[in-house]
Design a protein around this ligand. Structure first.
Ligand SMILES: Cc1cc2nc3c(=O)[nH]c(=O)nc-3n(C[C@H](O)[C@H](O)[C@H](O)COP(=O)(O)OP(=O)(O)OC[C@H]3O[C@@H](n4cnc5c(N)ncnc54)[C@H](O)[C@@H]3O)c2cc1C
Length: 423
């Protein structure tokens, strides 16, 4: 069969790779100039490796993507980087039961309660029942108000904003359940890994069209796509099409979708992400922390991630690479700020952590993803769109369908496998 795929993120790449194994011909349309989707990367000329626009790593139990890396013989680096939290003006390692036991900002009873509360989720495989509850009341009740306020409230509100109160406990469970102390990373970066997959697909006869925005999809016996590419409009017909873009975007390009479908699924919410990447001459988190959660509701920053405290700086011309990360709605004023305005806003907070960092800044650049984090409310399993759409021979496989897991390249790869099997 001749199959068209909209999107060269990891769902699209994985679907293409798997469909080819069954002898199908695949054509991928991507509006960007390279593969990777939300995990897209870039490379400064002086670097050997690519870097993600938004921080990325794998957990060591991310089976689907690690199996894919093995199949491609793509080397994967596994390390145990340090995760810490910024609380009341200090930095505390907080990434294991032992470090929680030593966390001085809570009483010993609060530490035990917090540990038990998280442990109850981590070792509970029955997520389905949890989707009947929202996360916030459970966390407050189980670990206690003070502990919630010190650690989780700033993280939840800085990440989810006005959606904090509606997010399901099943979503929170997935984040705790899947976390592993050791993390993995593809050699050369995620863009390098995506390119490896792309090269394999091309070698097997697949075709990629970059800078190609699919603006319309209609389905009769064949599925027709209208493609806008470099101010040229063309059309192509396929036996089947897989759409990997967010659901609201699918409903926008597909005028034949029934109104009931559009009403039910286009209202699913997602928020954006933004990272300001600093290239530095010296380390920023000098205690070796890779991931720093900013546990302060006043902080304009959610997390500070020093990539080169995870991967070796020699791959980046000995530069120290720092993400200043945030999730937010696209209407948030920060989302439209210039790089200089952002650095100015973050500067007082960065100085609290490293007073002299400014003298070592080589450059700063921001990256934006308007739809980066689906908001998962209660009982999401009854709300998520099915893979088969009402349009004949059209399948939807996107970031909003990997439930109960939180989005991730591992689940994108798994979803690509699933939709190709269905086809
Ligand atoms: C800040 C941040 C941190 C993250 N951290 C991690 C992490 O540490 N580990 C991890 O595994 N995952 C992480 N993720 C999640 C991960 O990147 C995504 O879950 C995954 O990449 C989703 O893949 P996808 O193919 O389903 O969707 P996408 O990556 O969104 O791919 C969809 C593709 O479709 C293209 N497209 C959209 N509309 C059109 C159109 N009309 N025509 C043609 N092309 C179109 C887009 O350009 C995009 O390339 C993170 C994401 C963000 C934003």
């Amino acid at each position: 069969m001749k199959i068209g795929i909209i999107g060269a993120g990891f769902t699209g790449l994985s679907a293409a790779f798997n469909l080819q194994k069954e002898g199908h011909s695949v054509t991928i349309f991507e509006k960007d100039s390279k593969p990777g989707g939300l995990a897209i990367g870039y490379k400064e000329t002086s670097w050997d490796w690519t870097l993600e626009e938004h921080y990325h790593h794998w957990f060591t139990n991310d089976k689907s993507v690690l199996t894919l890396a093995k199949e491609l013989s793509h080397p994967v680096i596994i390390k145990r980087p340090k995760t810490s939290s910024y609380v009341d003006g200090g930095i505390y390692q907080l990434d294991s039961p032992m470090s929680l036991l030593h966390f001085p900002k809570l009483t010993i009873i609060e530490r035990f309660r917090t540990g038990i509360s998280i442990g109850l989720l981590r070792y509970n495989p029955f997520w389905k029942i949890l989707e009947n509850f929202t996360a916030e009341p459970y966390l407050k009740k189980s670990m206690g108000e003070r502990s919630y306020k010190k650690i989780w409230e700033p993280l939840m509100t800085n990440k989810l904003g006005r959606y904090t109160k509606i997010v399901s406990l099943a979503w929170f469970w997935a984040r705790v359940y899947k976390r592993t102390p050791k993390l993995a990373y593809p050699e050369g970066g995620f863009l390098n890994f995506a390119r490896h997959l792309e090269e394999t697909i091309v070698k097997n006869g697949g075709t990629f069209h970059y800078n190609s925005n699919v603006s319309k999809l209609t389905s009769d016996n064949k599925v027709e796509l209208i493609i806008n590419s470099k101010s040229k409009i063309t059309n192509q017909k396929f036996d089947k099409v897989i759409v990997t873009i967010p659901t609201f975007a699918f409903t926008k390009i597909s005028p034949q979708l029934p109104k009931t479908y559009v009403k039910k699924y286009s209202s699913l919410i997602g928020i954006g992400a933004m990272n300001l990447v600093l290239r530095l001459k010296a380390p920023f988190l000098t205690d070796g922390t890779y991931w720093l959660n900013m546990c302060d509701t006043k902080s304009p920053i959610l997390a500070i991630v020093e990539h080169t405290n995870f991967m070796n700086k020699k791959n980046y011309n000995n530069e120290h690479l720092l993400y200043i990360g945030n999730y937010m709605e696209t209407s948030d004023p920060r989302f439209s700020m210039t790089d200089d305005q952002l650095l100015k806003l973050y500067d007082p907070w960065l100085k609290k952590i490293n007073p002299n960092y400014q003298s070592s800044v080589i450059s700063h650049q921001s990256f934006h993803a308007p739809f980066a984090q689906p908001i998962i409310p209660k009982n999401y399993s009854s709300k998520l769109p099915p893979l088969k759409t009402p349009l004949k021979n059209v399948y939807l496989a996107n970031i909003q369908q990997v439930y109960p897991w939180d989005r991730g390249t591992n689940y994108a790869v798994e979803l690509g496998e699933k939709v190709s099997k269905l086809i």
